[in-house]
Design a protein around this ligand. Sequence first.
Ligand SMILES: Nc1ncnc2c1ncn2[C@@H]1O[C@H](COP(=O)(O)OP(=O)(O)O)[C@@H](O)[C@H]1O
Ligand SMILES: [Mg+2]
Length: 256
Amino acid sequence: MSVPRIAVDALTTVYGEGARRVEAVKAVSFSVEPGTAFGLVGESGSGKSTVLRALCGLAPVSGGRVLFDGEALSGRRSRAFTRQVQMVFQDPYGSLHPRHTIDRILSEPLSIHGLSDRDRRIEAALADVGLDPAFRFRLPHQLSGGQRQRVAIARVLILEPSVLLLDEPTSALDASIQAEILNLLARLRREHGLTYLFVSHDLAVIDHMCDRLLVMRAGEAVEELDAEALATRQVESAYTQALMKASEGFVRPAAV
Ligand SMILES: Nc1ncnc2c1ncn2[C@@H]1O[C@H](COP(=O)(O)OP(=O)(O)O)[C@@H](O)[C@H]1O
Ligand SMILES: [Mg+2]
């Protein structure tokens, strides 16, 4: 067995104190092998985003550990980590500065990480996400929601990461655009050998994207499954069955 790219080992995250205390994640464990796609699925408030935030150092690790390539992460993340592990968010409107051109938006991570070869990298990143080079000098409001999410993906890919943490990256998009972006993400993963930790409240999306998944509920891990168990409906918990029922007709049927 290789060293997992990402490991979450009995992670507990507590926000606030006293009457405001919230145990958002309760002793959750899973690991993500290099080059695979792992899904976290559960309804809103189940603690999915908190797990991603704890990995990035944006939420407290109150108990347990989070590891990258076998090394426990603590304190401020290193420059190497922040380049290797990139986060993609739900909202393609809020995540792009409204008055910055796409050129400037894509240049920013390059300057932060001191990378040269700016023109070549920007052109390659746009091509990677299927955007015409002419988009470079447009502003976010001149783009559709799907095109903006492509820019947001280009902005993280431009650093040549090995891991993407994707937090509901298509939930704000129309259904047809959602499928386009999911297919783009699947292609990028293949082409770049990326590892994905993919969060969604939608089991159909996770089923489409992931090799393995963990069902979460109220901060707890309910059940871990692989794609085959999902396809053949071999699930144990009543909660997972209810999630499956809710996405009935979308979850891939078992191969015959
Ligand atoms: N910064 C915060 N401070 C206090 N509570 C929070 C904070 N962020 C999230 N929570 C709470 O933690 C729980 C899990 O939230 P979250 O991880 O965002 O769930 P999900 O992404 O599955 O919707 C929720 O009860 C939420 O209200
Ligand atoms: Mg969330």
